[in-house]
Design a protein around this ligand. Structure first.
Ligand code: GDP
Ligand code: MG
Length: 440
């Protein structure tokens, strides 16, 4: 990671009176290499390095601070700048109700975050909030928001699913006006991946509602996909901000750097738990500390930038070979990889006969792949790493979030178990080699 990489060159900076062009050269190269290795776009890296260099040069090394620490301080400040310097608060200054539109992919955390945000606005700003869902495709998703609203004692506008999303939203807007709500939060339908119909729908919603805040909700754990999705949404919608969810998972900041860079929009909030109070205002400075202090910023950046690649496949292969720690996150990664490689049927052709049969035993076909991904998206990071925790009530919640039956969740858990068995079966054989081969 960055800190580790820097620690070597920091030693070399010791005993110098100040940071100079020549003595920070190595340190700058390390930062540059680290970012490039992580696949951060060259112009972004160049800008960042130039800024760090300019800020570091001539910096007096005072007091007990050694030049290395001074250098880290500069990197910290520049990272903070990269993420926007200050916290950007929500703008609700408009004729009430102030409309907040939630956009993002399925499983990103829109519905959960809508509830969290309503609670936060009520508690911190004494706002009277109305929640509405425009997810007409998945009645269960509307039900999920209704349940949440009930739990949190937030007003909920019941959607008429025979109507178009924008008509539902406008009806909710009328209702909010009549009932003196300060804020209307509009939860929307997401898909598993960017598609034209979804973009069209959210664009129309945005045009009809003219929200004061259009927030893009994105799962910090999705890495490279988070960046791509952010870009697509940013191009289609006049976003006013980003909410990065699931930062309590193992993503610890990489996405924060990339998303801000790509959309140019401020991250306004971060999701730090699945609980209703797990939403916090985003502070770039705190995030920079986290990025510098954390153990695996670069591997995360790498993951964020690369998506399916060698490293992922090898990591997976290692787990597979050891037969240990293969969890639902890995299962999902496998599934995503399968899809990127042309689906199960294409994959079957590449597999040796023996393995093909085992895979058939796990009964995963192309149609199920999307559903499986949706279900795993609806799980919390903890549930993904410890599937054994998923008992009846969690199953119900997950099913509701993914818009499927509990039966489907059970099916998935069975498939996962099968898959685990399959892993064990082939762990001694060439599975690791096979996975690496598939990545290449
Ligand atoms: P939507 O499809 O975008 O509406 O996503 P949901 O709101 O249904 O969220 C999908 C899953 O992610 C649910 O299981 C949530 O509990 C979980 N989730 C959302 N935000 C967070 C977060 O910040 N931390 C954790 N741990 N889980 C989250
Ligand atoms: Mg939802």
């Amino acid at each position: 990671n960055l800190t580790q990489r820097l620690s070597g060159v920091i030693k070399n900076l010791r005993g110098q009176a100040r940071l100079t062009e020549s003595n920070i050269q190595d340190a700058l190269r390390e930062v540059r290499m680290a970012l490039l290795e992580a696949d951060v776009a060259l112009p972004v890296v160049k800008d960042f390095i130039a800024q760090v260099k300019e800020a570091a040069l001539g910096q007096e090394v005072i007091g007990n601070l050694n030049p290395g620490q001074a250098f880290i301080g500069v990197v910290h400040r520049e990272l903070t700048k990269l993420m926007g310097e200050h916290n950007d608060a929500l703008n609700l200054a408009t004729t009430p109700p102030a409309v907040i539109l939630m956009a993002g992919l399925q499983g990103a955390g829109k519905t959960t975050t809508s509830g969290k945000l309503a609670k936060l606005l009520r508690e911190q700003q004494k706002k009277k909030v109305l929640l509405v869902s425009c997810d007409v495709y998945r009645p269960a998703a509307i039900e999920q928001l209704r349940t949440l609203a009930q739990q949190l004692e937030i007003d909920f506008f019941a959607s008429d699913i025979s109507q178009k999303p924008q008509d539902i939203a406008l009806a909710a807007h009328d209702y909010a006006k009549k009932h003196y709500h300060d804020v209307l939060i509009v939860d929307t339908a997401g898909r598993l991946a960017i598609d034209a119909a979804m973009m069209e729908e959210i664009k129309q919603l945005n045009a009809a509602l003219k929200p004061i805040e259009t927030l893009f909700v994105v799962d910090a754990m999705t890495g490279q996909d988070a960046v791509n999705t952010a870009k697509a949404f940013g191009e289609a919608l006049p976003l006013t901000g980003v909410i990065l969810t699931k930062l309590d998972g193992d993503a610890r900041g990489g996405a924060a750097l990339s998303v801000r860079q790509i959309t140019g929009k401020p991250i306004k909030f971060i999701g730090v738990s699945e609980k209703p109070n797990g939403l916090e205002a985003f502070h770039p400075e705190r995030m920079a500390s986290r990025v510098l202090g954390m153990g695996d910023v670069l591997s995360l950046l790498e993951e964020a930038q690369r998506g399916v690649d060698m490293a992922e496949a090898q990591k997976l292969a290692k787990k597979v070979q050891s037969g240990k720690g293969f969890d639902l996150n890995d299962f999902k990664m496998q599934i995503v990889q399968m899809r990127k490689m042309g689906g199960m049927s294409a994959l079957m052709d590449k597999l040796p006969a023996q393995l093909s049969q085992a895979a058939a035993g796990a009964q995963v076909d192309d149609k199920q792949i999307n559903r499986i991904e949706g279900i795993i998206n609806s799980m919390t990071p903890l549930e993904r790493s410890k599937p054994e925790l998923i008992k009846a009530s969690r199953k119900r919640r997950i099913a509701m979030g993914a818009g499927v039956q509990v039966m489907h969740v059970n099916q998935l858990l069975n498939q996962f178990e099968q898959s685990q068995k399959m892993m064990k079966m082939f762990s001694k054989g060439g599975m690791g080699k096979l996975m690496r081969g598939m990545a290449g």
